[in-house]
Design a protein around this ligand. Structure first.
Ligand code: ADP
Ligand code: MG
Length: 436
């Protein structure tokens, strides 16, 4: 009977609706008098009661043969919410970004501990307040803050949740003071259930705002509300900060977030590409995850740039071309990447020929040009020996010598060649560590 009721509901709604709203919906009990359902998400419960009452009633009637009243119970036992919850957009005044949630947060070495604390705190709001997360730029702090807010909202849309950077908090306060609305401002922050404050280090030396935050903190603490703070440094390292505020930051859970390890970064790269709606070759994503300097923001920047490039040019980039385009974002290029490898990548991009064509026998003008400019550049700027250049370009040393000689004579007289050379220079400059 239980299954048949669900089946009857499924037949009455379209697949999208079924998946979105009924995936965590079960029949608990059907008696003479009523049917009881269970759902593991409060928001969905409300929604079903409002919008799908008729559908559910009719489905019951189909199966049971008569009208029964029904109710829906909320229970969080069975499934983790983020796996079944539809993507719910919290209201704008929460400032929450629905795109940063737990389901698209990749957990791995470096961020695992913070993730676990964040989940725990979200589950039992107010019990472990405050949670203080610190770590360098682009490690995922802001993402975690939004994830906590989004999940808390999807479990209980009646909560008052605010995400705010400490800078914005300050600006709002200043405006409120100016416009005689300070009471309103105080009330706004002192009445929340969940306060998510980002980048508190911005308040260093800003005594007046610290004072207001201190009062807000105490009020929320008294009311057993949850606070989460993020900072680029630990509480103890906050300079020009009131001691009493620092000691309050430390009275909950203080935890550090680190740059995730390479394997995790590879997964993150894939998530980012997916959420930006673009496909990049696997080898590019891996390469970026391995080589982009520290911050995940730069990883994201590189991925977005490549996706945009692919769409503009309407082609699928290969690894060499990708390196040519985002080379400047790569970490310490001089050590990490062999300049000759980078040179081939750059030539490939600028002249639109593959590295193997450059090294091979192709007589296409663009391949010939790429070799000329490339050898000249390798000699003059990379200061490579004729023998190593010969190896890079798969030519004999004597061919290299004569090509470099010819190029030297032509460049300076030929604006086209000079233009190409300038392009190569600008692409290569991070790799050779030289400003031009
Ligand atoms: P922070 O606030 O520490 O400077 P962010 O939270 O802004 O870092 O993270 C930078 C970018 O990397 C964001 O686009 C974020 O969504 C993404 N990101 C960070 N950590 C992860 C992760 N573990 N999984 C998926 N994306 C992540
Ligand atoms: Mg941040």
């Amino acid at each position: 009977m239980e299954d048949r009721i669900l089946e009857a509901i499924k037949n009455r709604v379209d697949t999208r609706v079924w998946k979105k709203w009924f995936s965590s919906f079960y029949v608990k009990d059907v008696s003479e008098k009523e049917a009881v359902f269970v759902v593991s998400n409060l928001f969905i419960k409300d929604w079903l009661e409002k919008k799908y009452r008729k559908v559910i009633e009719n489905a019951i009637k189909d199966v049971v043969g008569k009208r029964l009243s029904f109710r829906i119970e909320y229970s969080e036992v069975d499934q983790p919410v983020e796996e079944i919850a539809p993507k719910i957009t919290p209201p704008e005044d929460t400032n929450l970004n629905p795109n940063m949630n737990f389901s698209n947060f990749v957990v791995g070495k470096g961020n695992e501990q913070v993730y676990k604390f964040a989940k725990k705190v979200t589950k039992e709001l107010g019990r472990f307040s405050p949670l203080f997360v610190h770590g360098g730029v682009g490690v995922g702090k802001t993402h975690i803050l939004h994830a906590i807010g989004n999940e808390a909202y999807s479990k209980n849309p009646n909560l008052k949740i605010v995400y705010v950077t400490s800078e914005r908090f300050m600006n709002e306060m200043i405006n409120a003071l100016r416009e005689n609305r300070i009471q309103e401002f105080k009330k706004k922050y002192r009445s929340v259930d969940l306060l998510l404050m980002d980048d508190v280090q911005f308040l260093m030396g800003k005594n007046g705002v610290q004072f207001e935050l201190f009062n807000t903190f105490n009020e929320l603490m008294d009311r057993k509300k949850q606070m989460v703070f993020c900072s680029d440094r630990s509480p103890d390292k906050l300079q020009d900060f009131q001691d009493r505020l620092i000691s309050r930051f430390k009275m909950g859970i203080v935890t550090e977030m680190e740059v995730p390890d390479v394997e995790t970064r590879k997964k993150i790269a894939r998530k980012i590409a997916k959420s930006e709606g673009g496909k990049l070759k696997e080898e590019i994503l891996d390469f970026l995850a391995e080589n982009v300097d520290g911050s995940l923001r730069e990883l994201r920047g590189a991925i977005i740039k490549l996706i945009a490039y692919q769409e503009i040019e309407n082609k699928t980039l290969d690894l060499y071309e990708a390196i040519g385009i985002v080379g400047n974002l790569l970490k310490d290029n001089t050590k990490k990447m062999d300049p000759s490898e980078k040179l081939l990548a750059t030539l490939s991009l600028i002249f639109d020929v593959s590295p193997s064509e450059i090294k091979g026998k192709s007589k296409r003008t663009s391949a010939i040009l790429a070799r000329q400019i490339g050898m000249y550049f390798a000699k003059k700027y990379l200061k490579l020996s004729t023998n190593s250049i010969a190896e890079i370009f798969n030519r004999s040393p004597s061919v290299v010598s004569s090509t470099v000689k010819k190029a030297t004579q032509k460049i300076g007289k030929n604006p086209l060649l000079e233009g190409y050379l300038r392009k190569v220079l600008s692409h290569m400059s991070p790799a050779i560590g030289k400003e031009i």
